[in-house]
Design a protein around this ligand. Structure first.
Ligand code: M6R
Length: 608
């Protein structure tokens, strides 16, 4: 879903080196394959391959393509493994049209089937290729390129930022946008488009933001924007961007972590667009399993822990969430052909998780994977896997990938519930509806609570130690809040199910000790109020993450952060973890720690 796209029309000179350099600046959006197409003397010239940009350049020389017009793509695989055939651009049957795309076309299977019935021959396994063939059909009807793109996107469901060139109209690039980002850059001797401003920032700081549902035609005269809804002309003046290249890469945010926290609504929208057949396949394996182990490390383990509540409550499936580095010792000899191991790993490369997977494979258990990286080791060794579609996460602290994992796991639990007929249709429909609303809810939490959390970090910055407590599924999000805080702000912190505090940890409490309670209004709330009272009686400072309007808990707390009402219990970890991520981030900033690169840690831990 991430991917980077770029293109240019120059008055003079060669487009290819400019595209190559711009794609390098977009590499943080994806880097498993790369491609470019230029137009020269009415012909398309294409170079593309799998691998990072530098690797592909070393083999193919990406600067060596003729023409002053071209488009390019750096890929983050969503549909189709990162192989040369799946690299963009994708062409039509005759090699006359080329398309680059960032996003996910949800209805591509249906469209592909129809197009194949009409004789179109597909070369790749991507969702994108349907776009070039649809445009081919539209051009056959006698339409001009812009009109053809216009009619083509009307047939697409999903998200996209696309750019199209045609050998028949060699002086134009046509782009369209729905949800995926698109910007136009304007210079005296050139016009550019890109997924993100950093791509063209060294060339021009004059940009036009393309809005959702707009189509843009670039040519030698500049740019023209129209609304996709009714074709009406949009008049939008360029703005001057005063970001440094480094700031631009972070979209103006001071750190990747903050950018990634803010990307969560978009990522969650993408995880709602997963291909049904992959989810169904995983559900079938889970349904048939004799026993299910949910295996992962760190943040991914917390997603597994939350998932164990989801599977139990919704699908009546008991699962064992296990920290991967303990799996072999704890269960290695007990698993067998009837066991299913669902490995959850953002990177798909974590050594501890892969060791557990290997152990399961040797004992003929079924291995399933949930990962963010197509082509990772996990995707190669799993019997079936789902890619969570979060795009590259640069900050070492997992944030957007955690909430996406939760979204995918809740979708699996819901599917299994349906399959097993354990939950009423009405309840399933309500949960599905809420799941659809979660991206907006998360957006609202960020919008309304961020400033308050920033102030809380100022208030609590010098505290020596923190507790994070929750009950039920919220104990998983409390554990995650604690991991974020200690990992990036180096603040010692403890977390456990709130009921455990009276079995030992409460002895640490003294006046002013900060205790963060994660307390949605679910079945556990009554009991957690008791736990809050216990802490308060010993002088603890209570910071509560509560449901909007929960006056009782607000009245008990020294500080509170509010989450919109009506969150079903099993989905609550998604919005309830957001304030904890923001708190950790602002605490790190307050304590002068680098949130993106905490000491002693790496993004992907490939040693045991
Ligand atoms: O790539 P993985 O999901 O397998 O990584 C697991 C952990 O290393 C990771 O979640 C780690 O705990 C993060 N730094 C947490 O923010």
């Amino acid at each position: 879903m991430m991917c980077g796209i770029f293109g240019c029309i120059l008055k003079n000179g060669d487009a290819a080196p400019i595209i190559h350099a711009a794609l390098k600046r977009l590499e943080y959006r994806g880097y498993d394959s790369v491609g470019e197409v230029t137009i020269h003397e009415g012909k398309l010239f294409i170079k593309k391959d799998q691998g990072k940009i530098d690797e592909v350049h070393a083999i193919h020389n990406l600067d060596d393509l003729p023409g002053r017009i071209g488009i390019g793509h750096t890929r983050w695989a969503t549909h189709g493994a990162p192989y040369e055939v799946n690299a963009h651009p994708h062409t039509d049957c005759n090699g006359q049209i080329a398309v680059v795309h960032n996003g996910i076309i949800e209805n591509f299977s249906e469209l592909k089937k129809e197009l194949e019935e009409r004789g179109h021959v597909f070369r790749s396994k991507t969702d994108t290729e349907v776009i070039s063939h649809i445009i081919e059909e539209e051009l056959k009807e006698g339409r001009a390129l812009a009109e053809a793109v216009y009619s083509a996107v009307e047939q697409l469901e999903g998200s996209y930022a696309i750019a199209v060139v045609s050998a028949k109209e060699p002086n134009k690039i046509v782009c369209a946008r729905k949800e995926s980002p698109l910007v136009v850059g304007v210079a005296e001797n050139a016009v550019y488009f890109a997924s993100d401003i950093p791509a063209f920032l060294p060339l021009t700081n004059t940009a036009v933001i393309v809005e959702d549902g707009e189509l843009v035609v670039l040519d030698d005269k500049g740019y023209e924007i129209r609304k996709l809804a009714d074709g009406s002309l949009v008049s939008r003046k360029p703005e001057v961007i005063d970001w440094s290249p480094e700031m631009a890469e972070k979209k103006g945010y001071p750190h990747f972590m903050l950018k990634e926290i803010h990307e969560q609504p978009l990522c969650l929208r993408n995880t709602l667009r997963l291909q049904e057949q992959y989810l169904d396949l995983m559900t079938t394996f889970l349904d048939r399993a004799g026993e299910v182990f949910l295996v992962a490390c760190g943040t991914s383990y917390h997603a597994c822990l939350a998932a164990s509540y989801m599977f139990s409550k919704l699908s009546m499936l008991a699962t064992h969430p296990i920290i991967a580095s303990e799996f072999v010792e704890q269960h290695g000899r007990a698993i067998n052909i009837d066991s299913v191991l669902l490995a959850v790993s953002q990177s798909g490369e974590t050594a501890d998780t892969l060791e557990a997977v290997e152990c399961a494979r040797q004992r003929a258990a079924t291995v399933l994977g949930l990962t963010n990286i197509i082509g990772s080791t996990l995707t190669r060794v799993a019997r079936a896997y789902v890619c969570q579609q979060s795009g590259p996460e640069i900050g070492v602290a997992a944030t957007k990938t955690f909430t996406s994992q939760l979204s995918v796991l809740s979708q699996l639990a819901l599917r299994l519930a349906k399959k097993r007929g354990k939950v009423s249709h009405v309840e399933i429909e309500q949960l599905e509806e809420k799941l659809e609303q979660i991206p907006d809810i998360v957006e609202k939490v960020i919008e309304t609570q961020e400033e308050k959390i920033k102030q809380l970090a100022k208030k609590y910055r010098d505290k020596q130690c923190f507790f994070f407590l929750g009950r039920g599924v919220s104990s998983a999000s409390a554990l995650e809040g604690r991991l974020k805080l200690l990992e990036i702000a180096y603040a010692p912190a403890l977390a456990f199910p709130a009921g455990e505090s009276k079995h030992g940890p409460i002895s640490l409490i003294e006046p002013g000790f900060p205790v963060i309670f994660v307390c949605p209004k679910d079945d556990t709330r009554k009991t957690i109020v008791g736990n809050i009272m216990e802490m308060k009686a010993r002088g603890a400072s209570i910071i509560a993450v509560v449901e909007e309007g929960d006056e009782e808990v607000k009245g008990l707390a020294d500080d509170y952060i509010e989450i919109p009402r009506g969150m079903p219990e099993v989905l609550s970890p998604i919005p309830y973890v957001i304030p904890q991520q923001l708190f950790a981030y602002y605490m790190a900033v307050e304590r002068n720690c680098d949130p993106d690169q905490p000491r002693n840690l790496a993004k992907s831990v490939t040693v045991k």
